[in-house]
Design a protein around this ligand. Structure first.
Ligand code: MN
Length: 227
């Protein structure tokens, strides 16, 4: 056993509905995957999917508070369907893509919108707009063996009980199989990877003490409070 010169990071474990934990390796995110949200962000046509990522330890377990991050005055919520990969693969075909899915969860791609706007303007990476500490609250993962592979169903987010975002999974520009096929041509996907698949319209700012509750029909929920 190699002698570690600093302590090893704790594994990031997301609870699974019905028991057990899903160990997180990487967190990938799809940008602009619902037409109405793409329009609200100033874009209008079907472009190839693009990806960014968050560190695994940005995950916040369902129900735990997330800290309001430093260096922003415009923290936005984005409710998203999260795909949990259960089987390794590269250059996966669309027809075989769902065999690589362990399950699904509701998640929040929290975003420093002001930092993102500055990065876009300067042509710089989104890392500090998207991949900050505690930027990925994720609900319990529902195994596909229990719920199947939802291709439609309401996806909603409320803040302090008032609905802010509403869409339907069937409105995704790139479906889950298409997303897995495309992403796995860029990187090898491995069991433990999460893919956040984009947000419907209605993104907006939150403040300290706001309570966020996301729901995806047939999948589950995610909640957090901004601390
Ligand atoms: Mn997003």
């Amino acid at each position: 056993m190699a002698e570690l010169v600093v302590s090893a990071p704790e594994p990031v474990l997301v609870p699974v509905q019905g028991g057990g934990f899903f160990p997180v390796r990487r967190v990938y995110c799809v940008g602009r995957n619902y037409a109405e949200h793409a329009r609200e962000m100033g874009h209008d046509s079907r472009e190839p999917p693009f990806f960014f990522d968050k560190p695994a330890d940005a995950v916040v377990i369902d129900g735990a508070p997330m800290a309001y991050p430093p260096q922003t005055g415009d923290l936005h919520h984005e409710i998203e369907l999260v795909v949990a990969i259960g089987k390794d693969g590269a250059a996966i075909g669309e027809h075989a893509a769902l065999e690589h899915v362990f399950g699904y969860a509701a998640g929040l791609d929290m975003t420093r919108r002001d930092v993102q706007a500055a990065a876009k303007k300067a042509g710089r990476p989104w890392t500090m707009a998207k991949g900050f500490d505690q930027s990925a609250p994720i609900g319990a993962i529902a195994p596909a063996s229990a719920i199947g592979h939802p291709a439609s169903g309401a996806i909603t987010l409320s803040v302090n009980g008032a609905e802010r975002q509403r869409g339907d999974l069937s409105d995704q520009i790139w479906s889950v199989p298409e997303t897995i096929a495309y992403l796995s041509r860029l990187v090898t996907l491995r069991a433990g990877d999460l893919i956040m698949t984009g947000t419907p319209a209605g993104v907006g700012a939150v403040r300290r003490r706001d309570v966020l509750e996301g729901q995806i029909e047939g999948v589950g929920s995610v909640s957090t409070v901004i601390a």
